[in-house]
Design a protein around this ligand. Structure first.
Ligand SMILES: Cc1ncc(COP(=O)(O)O)c(C=O)c1O
Length: 559
């Protein structure tokens, strides 16, 4: 039930309360639900308190007789009702806006198929239609939402569109949207346990669920960051500290640190270099290791390059093995790499940003071979476990190693730091932290492991279906083995020296058409097309349409 405004009662009935209006309602629960002001008020409604005159911002409530349902009387500040006065949107107006937004979201999701996947805008097209002056006066939500429809939605690449086949597809789901919505009003800062006990504990819980799903031993603990790039940077910071123990205190030069080297395959993600830049290790000290015909790291080449570096006076620090590389979703031979890491006493980081999620499928359990020998592993549920961006977990064997490098409690946080509890601010450079675990919890509970596994299995099936169509058309060829939801392929029906340009142009033109969205990459120096299937809305029919489009585009420009 919804609180209806009533004419203000005589202030003398409730005490002099200038600036407050009085509302009446028959249901205590509805008052609590719709107003949810603060627990003191709820206790008052339930008869625990006779007055809450000292509650900040509120004046007085009618005296409550013991043991009887009271007339629900609530005084709400006029500031809450009047747009022009200070305070938030009035509650009843906010409720209306939420209903309108719920319809907007449901309509968007239901009709997303009818939108262009990508705009045909020129650079600056969105800004050209938006006033560049910051607003002096406030606008109504109606107006703002209609501007979202008019100015923003048409200027988007719709990653949630079922014909969006770029990168790894995308993870938007209805439960994910609900999870994001629930998180918004809570708007907590999950920096320490005390500042947000439930957020901290739920984070620990979902981290452990994922750990179990990807078959990591219990000695691995984790922390949620925004992205895998941030995860690898933190992992390498720990590796660096363990190799040169006073870097945290005295810096690289003060600690007399050697020139460290990090190893990753030529197919590994560029976040390796970004981490080296951020940590002062130097971009050039990330050594790229050649890959075999399936784009997996050659462990013999790794060994040779480490040996060469040792000879030349470098200090090998860490190896990044990738499970699901960015271009082809190839999987490095983690077991062999782990053996080399043990032999040379190197930190082993596994970049499972994309591939780790597939380990929840029993038939893909072999993906996790050698993981228990790793020092750190990154898993991005926002890439393959249906959690909306952003949600990335860094696991470290013995999480205390990470805490030792990053814990730092200034005096102003000491009161909110219960040392016996996990304070996630201790596990990275970020102090303020979103309540990311909630959306993951909503999705994981909504789908269950079974539901996620079934969807991942379908994505693998679709990728293989698409690969079959390529195999059956001799103007095209697969450019890499099909792995998880990723297919790399090339158009080969023209003169060899024209193929790079043609493949790139097919992708560009399809993306410009707004009918589908693909990506392109370079493999062994050749430009190839690439699709990633990860969207729960993408069906075989969508894929068939994309394939038709690719063939038509190749016909149009390739002959
Ligand atoms: C294999 C791999 N690792 C790391 C990353 C970086 O992920 P994030 O965007 O979460 O930093 C990506 C991004 O696509 C990736 O494919």
């Amino acid at each position: 039930m919804y609180l209806a405004p009533k004419a203000p009662r005589s202030p003398s009935a409730w005490g002099a309360a200038p600036g407050f209006n009085v509302y009446e309602d028959t249901s205590a629960e509805s008052v609590i639900r719709s107003c949810a002001i603060e627990s003191r008020f709820q206790r008052c409604l339930h008869g625990d308190l006779n007055s809450w005159g000292d509650a900040p911002g509120y004046y007085e409530i009618a005296p409550l007789a013991p043991n009887r349902v009271q007339p629900r009387v609530l005084m709400i500040s006029e500031a809450m009702q009047n747009r022009d006065s200070l305070g938030d949107t009035p509650p009843e107006e906010f409720r209306g806006q939420l209903h309108a937004l719920a319809d907007w979201i449901a309509d968007f999701r239901q009709n997303i198929d009818s939108l262009r996947v990508a705009p045909d805008d020129k650079l600056g097209a969105t800004l050209a239609n938006i006033p560049t002056q910051p607003p002096e006066q406030g606008d109504s939500f109606d107006k703002i939402l209609s501007d979202v429809d008019r100015l923003i939605v048409p200027g988007m690449v719709h990653w949630s569109h079922p014909m969006f086949l770029g990168y790894f597809g995308w993870t938007t789901t209805a439960p994910g949207i609900l999870g994001e919505i629930i998180t918004a009003p809570l708007n907590v800062n999950a920096m320490t346990w005390r500042t947000s006990p439930a957020a901290t504990e739920l984070e620990t819980l979902v981290i452990d669920w994922i750990r179990q799903w990807v078959h990591l031993p219990q000695e691995f603990g984790g922390v949620v960051y925004d992205t895998a790039s941030v995860g690898v940077m933190h992992a390498l910071a720990v590796a660096r500290e363990e190799a040169a123990p006073s870097v945290r205190k005295r810096g690289l030069i003060g600690a007399g640190a050697p020139v460290f080297r990090i190893y990753a395959s030529e197919q590994a993600h560029s976040s390796a270099e970004k981490a080296a830049i951020a940590l002062g290790l130097g971009e050039e000290n990330v050594q790229r290791i050649p890959t075999d015909s399936a784009f997996c790291m050659e462990s013999s080449a790794l060994r040779e390059i480490i040996t060469r570096d040792l000879r030349e006076g470098f200090r090998p620090l860490a190896v990044i093995a990738t499970v699901g590389t960015t271009s082809t979703a190839s999987v490095d031979p983690v077991r062999e790499i782990a053996r080399i890491c043990r032999e040379f006493k190197l930190w082993l980081h596994i970049d499972g940003a994309y591939g780790a999620g597939f380990a929840i499928l029993p038939e893909c359990e072999s993906l996790t071979a050698g993981w228990s020998d790793a020092d750190s592993i990154v898993v991005n549920p926002h890439k393959s476990l249906f959690v909306p961006l952003d949600f990335s977990v860094l696991y470290v064997r013995d999480l205390e190693r990470l805490r030792r490098v990053f814990t730092l409690v200034p005096e102003y946080l000491r009161g909110d730091t219960v040392e016996a509890q996990k304070n996630y601010m201790d596990y990275g450079i970020q102090l303020g932290r979103r309540f990311r675990a909630l959306k993951a919890w909503v999705i994981f509970r909504s789908f269950g492991r079974d539901g996620m596994a079934a969807r991942l299995r379908e994505h693998i099936r679709l990728a293989n279906r698409f690969a079959d169509w390529i195999r059956n058309d001799d103007r095209f060829e697969l450019a890499a083995p099909v792995s998880m939801g990723v297919v790399c392929f090339g158009f080969i029906g023209a003169a060899k020296d024209k193929l790079d340009k043609l493949n790139s142009e097919i992708v560009e033109r399809i993306n410009a058409s707004g009918c589908a969205y693909l990506t392109q990459t370079k493999l062994r120096g050749r430009t190839v097309m690439r699709i990633g299937i990860g969207n729960v809305l993408t069906t075989e029919e969508h894929l068939r349409k994309a394939w038709l489009l690719i063939r038509e585009m190749a016909d149009a420009i390739g002959t």
